[in-house]
Structure formats: C-alpha cells, structure tokens
Design a protein around this ligand. Structure first.
Ligand code: SAM
Length: 315
C-alpha cells in the first residue's frame, strides 16, 4: 500500500519522517522519492537483517536516512519530541522473515521453531510450545490466533511433547495438520497457531501500544501517523489509541463514565474515516496483503503532561 502511505503522509522536501518498521526499505524509499530526495527519514526495525536490506536499498540516500535497530517504542531515544512531520508503521512480519526457513516463521518451510524478530533473551516459539501448560497454550491460540480448534491442538501438542520435544516448524505443522479436520478451515490449518506464537514471542501487541505512544510524542501538530495492521488485535489497539485522543473529553479515572467526563479539545483527527484495504491488483500479487488495513491519523495538538497522569494511556 505504498501509494496510500505516500498519500497519507504527503512527504515534502525538508520534512522529517519516521518509518517505524523499515523492513526492506520500500516505504522509506517512497517517502524519500516523493520529497525529491530532500526529506530525512529515521528507519527502525527489530530485525538486523531488515536493516541490512534497507541500508542496501537506500544507499543512494546516504545522509538522509538514519537506521536504528530496535522496537519503535524506542524512537524517543533517537529523535526529539515534536520534531517529526509524519510516521508510518507497517506492522507484523516481513516477506523476508517468512521466506527464510532458519527464522522459523513459516509452516511451509522446515526450520527451527524460533520466530524471534530480533535479538532478544525472551522465550522463543519452541520454548512456548514445549514449556507452556496446555491450558495456557490453548488460551494463546484462541486469543492471538482466533483458532477455533485451539483446545484440541494444545492437547495434541501436550501429548506429543511428552514423547519428544517439538523443535521444528515442520514437526509442529504436521501435528496440526493431523489433528484439525481437513476442509474445516479455508487457510492452512497451522496458519493461526503460527501467527499466535509469533505474536507472543515478540510481544507484538504490547510493543505496538507502547510504540504508538512513543511515536505520537515525536510528531508535531499537523503531522500524520499511518498504521497498517494485519490482525484484528493490532487493529483494535490502533483504533482504541486513536479514539481516546479523538474524543473531546477526558476520562479522569480511565473508565468512561459520562458524568465524570471533563471537556477538552480533541488531540487527533481521523484522516481515513474507515480503514483502507489494498486494491485487487495488490491483493492478487501479494496474498498476504488481503488482511491489510490502513488508517491515517493527524495530530491536532500535543497532550498536556497531566493527560498522562490521568490514566496512563495518552501520550
Ligand atoms: C511488513 S514488514 C515492513 C515492510 C516495509 N514497510 C517495507 O517497505 O519493506 C514489517 C517489519 O516490521 C518489523 N517490526 C515488527 N514489529 C516491530 C516493532 N514493534 N518495532 C520495530 N520493528 C518491528 C519486522 O521485523 C519487519 O521487518
């Protein structure tokens, strides 16, 4: 959805933009091109391999692009609050990550069951699959994967790992194929479980919540934030973030009780009333794009410091 990102941000010469999930550098390049190579871009990613690819692709813009390794909740360490004219976050997993078997993201290729987006000490997918109690595994598959057969899959995993550890993507995918009835789901039966594990390993919803707040602080009034989500949980986080800031009142206790509302000007305007989806051609060329939803928000004004103490949600 490169065209929609550029239309949302309207990059200009001299402007400063953050690509929160720079990946292979496609959006960063489009921002630089649209500004005739005269914008500045901070590109960050949790994945060192993504940064290498972005550095190669963007070499001709050296001096205009700053690449940083880390989750985008850290943007405040790299650029100052209020210094930025726009930002884009294109969430989730990259094609490179999915297509690299040793990263362990794909059930279609055999590899170690890792799914770490970047360097990190937390548990990987094999640790979760072999270590979480069966009821917690089922909950994870239900909540992050919206998997209808979550309990059955978790039970079969429990039985299998009592025999032998589950260490490879193929091993896990085959197990799921065997226990989910054929034809019961339109997608590959392992799709939702793999998605749930990946989101848990990388704390994708937690880092998104913290990241939105961090990047919002960087934007100056009038600047825009474009978010592309691929999962209903991500979309919910983005919508709730925007709705809290778009309201013309405050909820001092954090719970929206009409009698306790305190009027205040909205901090945010939705530029897209409804989420945009990719066009048919893009969906045909890239089946993963089918679930993409793009939302654009514009910052109207900064939130005073006391907003943050109200309920800890606003930037
Ligand atoms: C869909 S790809 C982005 C593709 C990119 N827009 C391009 O044009 O090539 C998503 C990227 O976001 C990264 N990522 C996901 N969550 C992140 C986060 N919270 N902070 C930083 N990078 C993240 C992933 O490592 C992956 O490289």
């Amino acid at each position: 959805m490169v065209a929609e990102v550029v239309a949302g941000l309207q990059p200009r010469a001299g402007g400063r933009y953050v690509d929160c999930t720079v990946g292979g550098g496609g959006h960063a390049e489009a921002i630089l091109r649209a500004s005739d190579g005269a914008a500045w871009v901070l590109g960050c990613d949790r994945d060192p391999e993504a940064l290498q690819a972005a550095a190669a692709r963007l070499a001709r813009y050296a001096g205009r692009i700053e690449l940083r390794l880390g989750a985008f909740e850290r943007v405040g360490e790299w650029w100052a609050a209020g210094s930025c004219d726009g930002a884009v976050a294109d969430l989730g997993v990259s094609s490179h990550q999915l297509d690299t078997p040793r990263r362990g993201f794909s059930f279609q290729r055999d590899g170690p069951l890792s799914m770490r987006m970047g360097p990190g000490a937390g548990p990987d997918a094999a640790d979760l699959v072999n270590g979480l109690p069966v009821d917690q595994l089922a909950k994870l598959f239900e909540e992050l994967g919206e998997e209808r057969h979550a309990r059955r899959i978790a039970r079969v995993i429990g039985q299998e790992r009592a025999r032998t550890a589950i260490r490879s993507t193929r091993q896990l995918a085959t197990l799921i194929e065997r226990c989910v009835p054929r034809g019961a789901v339109a997608v590959h039966p392992a799709t939702r479980v793999f998605q749930a594990l990946r989101m848990a390993v990388n704390d994708e919803l937690g880092t998104l919540e913290r990241g939105l707040r961090a990047v919002w602080r960087l934007l100056r009034p009038g600047a825009r934030l474009v978010c592309i989500t691929f999962h209903s949980g991500e979309a919910r986080v983005v919508k709730q973030f925007g709705q809290a800031l778009a309201r013309a009142y405050d909820t001092p206790s954090g719970v929206d009780v009409p009698e306790l509302r305190r009027p205040r000007p909205p901090r945010l305007r939705w530029v897209t009333r409804r989420a945009l989806s990719p066009g048919e051609a893009e969906q045909r060329a890239n089946p993963r794009a089918r679930s993409a939803q793009l939302r654009v928000m514009e910052k109207l004004m900064d939130s005073p410091a006391d907003d943050e103490s109200n309920h800890g949600k606003e930037p």
